[in-house]
Design a protein. Sequence first.
Lengths: 151, 151
Amino acid sequence: MTPDQALGIAFSFFNEVGIVNQLSSALLQKRLGNGFTVAQFSVLNHLIRVKDGQTPMALASAFQVPKTSMTHSLTKLEQNKLIELRSNPKDGRSKCVWITEAGKNYRETTIASLSGDIARLSDKLDFDAIQQALPVLQQVRQILDEDRNED
Amino acid sequence: MTPDQALGIAFSFFNEVGIVNQLSSALLQKRLGNGFTVAQFSVLNHLIRVKDGQTPMALASAFQVPKTSMTHSLTKLEQNKLIELRSNPKDGRSKCVWITEAGKNYRETTIASLSGDIARLSDKLDFDAIQQALPVLQQVRQILDEDRNED
DNA sequence: CCTATTTAGTACGAAATCGAACTATAATAT
DNA sequence: ATATTATAGTTCGATTTCGTACTAAATAGG
């Protein structure tokens, strides 16, 4: 495989990833309604999928966004009582982000509401193929993630 | 496959797509520097990858963004002479978006500058697996795209 | 035709995102 | 210990994104 071929494949791949992300985010945004953004929901989801109790800085790093953007998202989530910001006992400079029961419920309800969309598309989507593509995405994610941490 | 399994697979898939998109967009943003955004570059790329001469409305629809957002992106690109906005001879209300030579050159140069990133990752990335995952992404894209057009 | 409705784009204000500067605390060096 | 440097978070202003209202042109119905 020549470098040019690799670049072409990678560029096509990331291009498709971008489009699929736009389309799926739009689906999610519809379900979220006007209350929250996809970014805010993603933080909530991350707190469950990975863990909560992390600092805002750790979340900003995980999402590859400036800490000021994360502060904004967390403020909105806290105002709606979906998360709690407590002081960090181990570091007086920072805080810890904990998801509330209301936050867990909101996440569960939102995911469940997406089942209608999946059901509507279930006879068209090839879930076996999607399942097989998942490890590829995870591997690419891991490699890109390690790469950016090599600063 | 139960509906719950399908929902789980789909949710994991779209979640990974979102993360990979964040990471790859960050790589691209680094190469773009402070001059342009990923959104603006994506428009430029679309004009080549699909076709130019389209109306701003068609582009807004393709990118699933409000027309006001597209107007803003196009204004920035036009100010930097990477595109031209001409009146539409077939419709006095609308315009046509054409990429300039400078726009083509900028896109080519940017893509070429990404070859360094790909080369750095080339011994870790499995391009064969990525190539095999590409049709899956394209199929999912097509299905989501058709679905949203059924309004 | 002529009116009513729809559509493309713009103007404007609100919210989200981001970078730079600042404060407070922690870690490090001497 | 004390001074220096680094880090976490906030504040503030600029850019991007977006929804609503508006204008101009095309389409549809009578």
